[in-house]
Design a protein around this ligand. Structure first.
Ligand code: NAD
Length: 365
């Protein structure tokens, strides 16, 4: 298998965590005889300093010419006084728009060993494994008209979807559900919003193409509660942009730490992979960053761009195993720290690589 991966590490802890993710991918390439090549380009604050823009043209060109983009994080306090369109985050929004991915996948799963980090009771979250599919290019965040009319003291945004926008993201979600536990929960507010009625009708129509997947509908307000009360009951959860933004952040509490969460945005010209966390300037450059979110993001590259399911699963089970053995980065070493060994970013990356190697050698022998 051959894959050209563009790495845009960005700012703060971005380079530290992406280094570890790339190292895990290199280990897998060596073990499995896969050709993974990596090119690095600037994005965010580092690009503003070096090139005067948060998304230089050569970064965008390289992204569009690659098979997958791995992004670290962007942002830094020194850029906070810049206008929004000149800030590091503008580079992130621009690359997302240019790559055109409309389906944002965010897994939310429980790690038994990290239950102490979650505000939810261990017996509620144990075994939870949800894959959110959030529509990323439509809805309230993009709908026109939108305006804040300062003279009249009114402001408005428009939640707008077309049938085809809903159908394409629904197909992605059904296909993923068909490969998992064959259950899809579609979230809307069809009791109040016309746009949600279109959403529900379209998802119901698309469901006919996937007779093996059970479809249920939930209202977003009820769903916000169900996620916290009975997260194990959900497999793939499909929702529109705004509801997805809120529900995926809420579901972060299942995993218990921001540093553990991966994401993938698919369906456009090139898939974009990024850990959910930001650039964490408060801990950057100190070896304190948790690289597991970035490493789990690397697993998603193998799954969705490389078709290497066994290798992706080996990364995920290695992360579990390393946690079982009591290894933690400082953000995870809260609560009960008995039997816990605190590791630096690099040490944690090395532990995962070691475990991945053991697993893959065991599978192939
Ligand atoms: P953040 O995610 O960077 O940090 C929030 C808190 O979580 C901090 O205390 C941080 O130390 C901790 N944290 C985050 N990731 C961690 C990790 N991997 N290991 C250990 N601890 C971790 O969010 P923020 O502080 O609101 O934002 C900081 C900067 O990042 C801002 O400039 C913001 O705009 C930017 N940001 C970028 C992205 C992105 O690039 N996708 C996302 C969110 C925020």
């Amino acid at each position: 298998m051959k894959l050209n991966i563009l790495v845009t590490a960005g700012d703060g802890i971005g380079p530290e965590v992406t280094n570890e993710a790339v190292a895990v991918l290199q280990e897998i390439a060596t073990l499995g005889g896969h050709e993974l090549s990596f090119m690095e380009k600037r994005i965010g604050g580092v690009a503003i300093v070096a090139d005067g823009t948060p998304l230089p043209a050569d970064t965008l060109d390289a992204a569009l010419a690659s098979d997958a983009v791995l992004l670290g994080a962007v942002g830094g306090n020194e850029f906070n006084s810049l206008p929004p369109d000149k800030r590091p985050e503008a580079g992130l929004l621009a690359i997302r728009a240019a790559l055109g991915g409309f389906a944002n996948l965010r897994p939310a799963f429980a790690f038994k060993e990290l239950a102490v980090n979650s505000p939810l009771r261990p017996e509620i979250i144990e075994g939870a494994d949800i894959l959110f599919v959030r529509e990323l290019l439509g809805g309230l965040y993009f709908g026109q008209p939108r305006e804040w009319n300062r003279e009249s003291g009114e402001a408005w945004n428009t939640m707008r979807y077309t049938r085809s926008e809903v159908a394409r993201v629904a197909r992605v979600a059904f296909e993923l559900a068909a490969r998992r536990r064959k259950k899809l929960t579609s979230v809307d507010k069809a009791n109040v919003l016309e746009v949600s009625q279109l959403w529900r009708a379209t998802v119901t129509e698309v469901a006919k193409e996937f007779p093996g997947v059970a479809l249920e509908h939930q209202y977003v307000d009820a769903m916000a509660m169900h996620i916290l009360n009975r997260p194990r009951d959900f497999d793939v959860v499909l929702t529109e942009n705004l509801f997805g933004d809120i529900l995926t952040d809420e579901s972060g509490v299942i995993t218990g730490s921001l540093g553990m969460l991966p994401s993938a945005t698919i369906g456009g010209k090139v898939n974009l992979y990024e850990p959910v966390h930001g650039s964490a300037p408060d801990i950057a450059g100190k070896g304190l960053a948790n690289p597991l979110g970035a490493i789990l993001t690397a697993a998603l590259i193998l799954r969705y761009s490389g078709g290497l399911e066994a290798e992706a699963a080996a990364i995920e089970s290695s992360v579990r195993k390393v946690l079982e053995q009591g290894f933690r980065t400082p953000d995870l070493a809260r609560g009960n720290t008995q039997g816990v060994t605190v590791l630096s970013t690099k040490e944690m990356g090395a532990k995962v690589r070691e475990t991945v190697k053991e697993q893959l050698v065991a599978i192939s022998s």
